[in-house]
Design a binder for this molecule. Structure first.
Ligand SMILES: [Fe+2]
Ligand SMILES: [Fe+2]
Length: 208
């Protein structure tokens, strides 16, 4: 059997759907490859910044890595703008949807809201409210979103920064996207892990 027999889903039988389920599982397993290709395509995306969107992404991830942040944080930083080219008006939600099954709730929440939190750095130049993020004040991950933007996102437009190569993040990406999607241990509801872990940062510095 190379394809299903049906032309309309309503005509499919059990054999068709068992066959499809196997195909879909294999396709889901290669999501990491497609996201990696998606990141590379950010290199040619339009940008008026001094670095490409790819460099911004890799620079954010490198800063997270050098801060000693764990795998969830580093991959969240690497992919936080993956939606830029597909969802220019809600790129944060797009990236959060990609990450949600595979990383801690804390990281998904921060990525989902980073667009609003980033407005702190520029909204006032357009007569906007740079403190609009305050509507989330009191949320358990509020301070994490502030730190994510301050340390990694807004800081990563520097053409002189020495980022690690994209390839060096590939094993970490593979490990995150090989996790069992939505497993309670993966989602870790309510768990907060620090963005900065000085001991881990020192360990990584000596291995870099
Ligand atoms: Fe963004
Ligand atoms: Fe960004």
């Amino acid at each position: 059997m190379e394809t299903v027999k049906f032309k309309r889903m309503a005509e499919g039988d059990k054999e068709d759907y068992v066959f499809l389920e196997e195909h879909e599982r294999a396709a889901a397993a290669s999501v990491c490859d497609r996201l990696y290709a998606g990141l590379m395509s950010l290199d040619s995306a339009e940008s008026g910044y001094r670095v490409s969107r790819l460099e911004h992404s890799v620079q954010s991830a490198t800063r997270a890595f050098r801060d000693g942040a764990d795998e969830d944080w580093v991959i969240a930083a690497l992919l936080h703008d993956i939606g830029d080219v597909y969802a220019p008006y809600n790129h944060d939600e797009f990236a959060a949807a990609v990450l949600r099954p595979y990383v801690r709730e804390q990281c998904t929440w921060v990525v989902a809201h980073h667009g609003l939190f980033q407005r702190y750095y520029y909204a006032h130049h357009f007569g906007g409210d740079r403190n609009a993020r305050k509507r989330h004040e009191g949320h358990p991950f509020y301070d994490d979103a502030v730190a994510f933007c301050e340390r990694w996102d807004q800081a990563s437009f520097d053409p002189d920064y020495e980022s690690l190569p994209l390839e060096s993040f590939r094993p970490m990406m593979e490990s995150v996207f090989a996790r069992e999607p939505y497993h309670p241990r993966v989602i870790a509801t309510g768990v907060r892990r620090p963005l900065v872990d000085p001991q881990n940062a020192a360990r990584r510095r000596s291995g870099e």
